[in-house]
Design a protein around this ligand. Structure first.
Ligand SMILES: O=C1O[C@H](COP(=O)(O)O)[C@@H](O)[C@H](O)[C@H]1O
Length: 257
């Protein structure tokens, strides 16, 4: 591994074209590791720009055996699955039917429920899949960060940032549409064995500098992601990294995490 600090990496690529394959290899390598150690791979997906990049890059690799994969959503918008804002809907169009993951391995929200019940129902689904764990421990969570520093559906200044008990929370006043969503909380995010942020594009540059260089002193939700005992990677492209002054890794072609 070319990372200087084991388990923590700020990794910068010229563009999404170089970042994408490394992301896909990270997913496959953590899947192999998880299945070898405890018989299944639990993966939490985010929406936004991640969907098309991850779908394209995973499908470009030799087909993994996904029969032991369990996929959840780090956050989800409360809209029907055929709405273009539905994160599950997007993965259903772009990825899921093309990999051999059983339908029972995909943990979706019930979008017909009111938002508070939807969050409870989704929390119950997670608890069934992670019995006996106070907070589910995912093998890998893939996160995005908005230009306002939000991650999952945890927005700057929102009371949900302080949630310590629930594993999934409802939000009905999301500043980014659609307003009704459900989201994993920080205790779940920070319990994961590995968290990887994917952050691309110049609109993220200013906030990314504050998140990575000021850490917890920064007001941005993304800065609160610090897995208790897991790995944390930031996969960034050059436009997003433009303002950074900290030391970053710039891997060559074919690098793997
Ligand atoms: O609304 C959302 O935004 C974030 C960030 O999306 P991006 O397009 O700026 O990468 C995403 O991670 C989250 O899942 C989504 O609901």
């Amino acid at each position: 591994c070319w990372c200087s600090a084991p388990g923590l990496g700020f990794v910068v690529f010229p563009s999404s074209a170089e970042l994408g394959p490394v992301l896909a290899h990270l997913v496959i390598s953590r899947a192999e590791k998880a299945i070898a150690s405890h018989g299944r791979f639990t993966l939490g997906l985010s929406g936004g720009s991640l969907v098309s990049m991850l779908s394209k890059e995973l499908l470009a690799l030799p087909q993994p055996d996904c029969s032991k994969w369990v996929i959840g959503f780090c956050d989800e918008r409360l809209v029907s699955f055929d709405d273009p804002e539905s994160t599950f809907g997007l993965y259903k169009n772009q990825l899921f039917p093309k990999i051999n993951i059983p339908e029972s391995g995909i943990l979706t929200i019930d979008s017909s429920l009111p938002v508070a019940e939807c969050a409870e129902d989704y929390a119950c689904k997670l608890k069934q899949v992670f019995p006996g764990e106070e907070f589910p421990v995912f093998d890998l969570l893939l996160l995005g960060m908005g230009p306002d520093g939000h991650t999952c559906s945890l927005f700057p200044g929102h009371p949900l940032l302080e949630e310590t008990k629930k594993i999934v929370a409802p939000i009905s006043d999301s500043p980014k549409p659609p307003p009704q969503r459900v989201t994993m909380t920080f205790p779940v995010v920070n319990a994961a064995r590995c968290v990887a942020f994917v952050s691309t594009g110049g609109s993220k540059a200013t906030v990314l500098k504050e998140v990575l260089e000021d850490g917890k002193a920064s007001p941005y939700p993304a800065a609160r992601v610090a897995p208790t005992s897991g790995e944390l990677f930031w996969l960034i492209d050059d436009p997003a990294a433009a303002a950074l002054t900290i030391q970053v890794e710039r891997p060559g072609a074919g690098a793997k995490l």
